[in-house]
Design a binder for this molecule. Structure first.
Ligand code: PXG
Length: 464
């Protein structure tokens, strides 16, 4: 068999990749034509490709490499655990030390009333678990009719049948017959795109009150839970007006429904606290976790569950579980990752130093002629692109056309900055230095300049 290594010519790697590897969220025929960028290694805040480019990773992989690349301690934790106990399960009344230690650590880090962890290998699976958890909870409490879960349009909660159903992405629902029954979506709090002439504070209240309206319309006896990301990530890093968050909590308190905070992106320091719900002032009954839990070094996720839910679920056999639940190697790596985040003060540094520094620089990006709004919470930020800042107009082109041009310029300038429609987004490693923040801003500005020039050249610089 031919050995495929980093040292093969890029074109050969690309051809083999296109021939055999089906990529997620990708038009495979287009990829085959262009060839994928081959990433070969990474260090700190940088990734390297097969052509020798050193690229600043403004997305921390896929919002997950919170402690940055190249931490030997995590390699050592995996090696030790693989040698000692590479696999065992926790079905059938068994357990193992990494599962015990990680659960205890998560209970310590999570808000006081959240002390119980059910594991998965991803955020999607954890949200599938959540659907079954909340429905089983209400059934056990003698209220089986409470099965509807309310979510939001343009939310992202994963790609499994349950996760994609909870999510509010139209393109995902259009494929494969989704959503599954008893999932209901309200509008998102995206003032920039949907606020019209409404004052932002008023708009925030109005969007939050859609939750109350939905509960009343569907019936409190039918609604099991509301799920939301503290800050919408994949939807475009949308930071709602300040009035939104407290109103959501008020409504959840008033009605007998559970609040699921999807912390897959916001958790583990991203917003400047251990969990995004702390930043936005929510008291969730369940938190979905993944990504930053292991800084992406191992696939692991889960649901951190309240004492009350764990007690009720504990009365029955919960017929649910994955082969890799609390996988010992993944759990050992996650535990080491949490130790580093904790002992090196990385979360507090985001809150007190890197976050405020990035926020100041990010706000200055709003002075760019193409940027209408610059939003940021901790180390996740977005820029809304527009040809007219005053009217918040969209471009006279399909949504995302100009965003895509800018993303391509970012790549060319050795910066990973994503686009969601015509919003540019960042979510860099939390360990970024201040100099690296400066570099990110410099490359982002240059890329927007070039993207704007290209948009003008292509006749896209017009209001749609
Ligand atoms: N919830 C949230 C809030 C997420 O952001 C998931 C659940 C699902 O996690 P897994 O581990 O199953 O992927 C996510 C994942 C993007 C992008 O393009 C974002 C995610 C995944 C893939 C792509 O921004 N977020």
């Amino acid at each position: 068999m031919v050995q495929i290594t980093n040292h093969m010519p890029t074109a050969e790697l690309q051809a083999l990749d296109a021939a055999h590897h089906m990529h997620p969220f990708t038009t495979q025929s287009e990829l085959a034509e262009r060839g994928a960028r081959v990433i070969t290694r990474a260090e700190g805040s940088f990734i390297f490709d097969s052509e020798g480019n050193k690229i600043l990773d403004g997305m921390a992989g896929l919002w997950c490499v919170n402690i940055g690349y190249g931490r030997q301690e995590l390699v050592d934790a995996a090696t030790r655990q693989m040698a000692e106990l590479p696999y065992y399960n926790t079905f059938f009344m068994t357990t193992h030390v990494p599962a015990i230690a990680l659960s205890a650590k998560l209970a310590e880090l999570a808000p006081d009333h959240l002390n119980h962890v059910f594991y998965s290998s991803s955020g999607s699976e954890a949200n599938d678990t959540n659907i079954r958890l909340v429905r089983t909870y209400w059934a056990e409490k003698g209220k089986p009719s409470k099965s509807i879960i309310i979510s939001r349009k343009n939310a992202y909660h994963g790609s499994t049948l349950g996760g994609a159903s909870l999510g509010g992405m139209g393109g995902m629902h259009a494929q494969g017959g989704l959503p599954i029954p008893d999932i209901y979506h309200i509008d998102q709090p995206n003032w920039w795109a949907e606020g019209g002439d409404t004052d932002p504070a008023e708009f925030g209240l109005e969007r939050a009150r859609q939750l109350e309206k939905a509960i009343l319309e569907l019936g409190e006896d039918r609604v099991a839970a509301f799920i939301a990301e503290p800050v919408q990530g994949a939807g475009g890093v949308i930071v709602p007006p300040a009035t939104y968050w407290p109103e959501i909590q008020r409504i959840c308190d008033k009605y007998e429904i559970l609040l699921i905070a999807d912390e897959v992106i916001c958790g583990f320091g991203r917003t400047g606290n251990w969990f995004g719900s702390e930043t936005v002032g929510w008291k969730p009954d369940i938190m979905t976790i993944a990504k930053g839990l292991s800084s992406g070094y191992q696939p692991i996720g889960g649901s951190i569950v309240s004492d009350e839910i764990a007690k009720v679920i504990g009365n029955c056999e919960f017929n649910h579980g994955y082969t890799y639940h609390a996988h010992p190697v993944a759990a050992a790596v996650a535990l080491e990752n949490l130790r580093i985040l904790d002992e090196e003060g990385i979360v507090t540094r985001v809150r007190d130093e890197t976050g405020p520094y990035l926020a100041k620089k990010w706000a200055e990006m709003a002075e760019h002629p193409m940027v209408g709004e610059a939003q940021i919470v901790g180390m996740m930020g977005s820029l809304a692109l527009t040809p007219n800042k005053a009217t918040r107009a969209a471009f006279k082109a399909d949504a995302g056309t100009v965003g895509y041009l800018c993303r391509e310029r970012c790549f060319a300038n050795n910066l990973v900055m994503r686009h969601v429609g015509d919003r540019m987004i960042i979510s860099p490693p939390l360990t970024m230095t201040l100099e690296e923040v400066d570099l990110l801003i410099e490359r982002a500005w240059k890329s927007l300049d070039e993207g704007m020039a290209e948009a003008k050249k292509q006749g896209l610089w017009e209001e749609g």
